[in-house]
Design a protein around this ligand. Structure first.
Ligand code: AMP
Length: 186
């Protein structure tokens, strides 16, 4: 199964994606993790991506594409994979469509983890974040709203979008996700 996971920062997406990848025995591919690893290993892509990441800006598409195409081509992705943190923009969604078409492997599911922004700010407040961190999160939420949220319509119009309510504890949320995945797998 090939899945893209979409949700605002702070929604618990990483945790749920990890659980789902375990349930389905498919790799959890986080472009953030792949890019951080490339930075640490000081690969050519990593060196070029580092400044953007430190500034909290999106890494240019050609670099993200290179890292993703390389990863998807590995053997463990043969039966599918779960993408977390990609696509983040409509051009990236189009890029993914081209990659999938070339490999003749359609996308099975775009899964939205739905948490209202007010709820995310409340969660952050309860964790006692400092103002500067709150500002960074605000910026990332704005980026999500303007660049990533339009992807919901993109995938809805392709009939692959399903939304799971992200409010509640991690087990409750995961049960909702499992219900969606089980329905699709049928
Ligand atoms: P994340 O771990 O998903 O929050 O990503 C950490 C950082 O990696 C982001 O702030 C971006 O600089 C970069 N990044 C991750 N995914 C992407 C993507 N799909 N497109 C561009 N940059 C990305």
């Amino acid at each position: 199964m090939r899945i893209v996971f979409i949700g605002p920062p702070g929604a618990g997406k990483g945790t749920q994606a990890a659980r789902l990848s375990e349930k389905l025995s498919i790799p959890h591919l986080s472009t953030g993790d792949l890019l951080r690893e490339a930075c640490q290993r000081k690969t050519e892509i990593g060196v070029q991506a580092a400044d953007y990441m430190q500034a909290g800006r999106l890494v240019p598409d050609d670099l993200v594409q290179q890292i993703l195409v390389g990863r998807i081509a590995q053997d463990d992705c043969h039966n599918g994979y779960l993408l977390d943190g990609f696509p983040r923009t409509e051009p990236q969604a189009e890029m993914l469509d081209r990659i999938l078409l070339q490999r003749q492997t359609p996308l099975d599911l775009a899964l939205e983890l739905k948490v209202p922004e007010e709820e995310i700010m409340t969660r952050l407040d309860s964790r006692g974040r400092h103002d500067d961190q709150r500002e960074v999160i605000h910026r990332r939420l704005e980026q999500y709203a303007s660049l990533t949220r339009p992807l919901l319509d993109y995938y809805r119009s392709r009939d692959v979008l399903h939304s799971a309510d992200g409010i509640g504890n991690a087990d409750e949320v995961f049960q909702r996700i499992e219900a969606i995945v089980d329905q699709i797998a049928d």
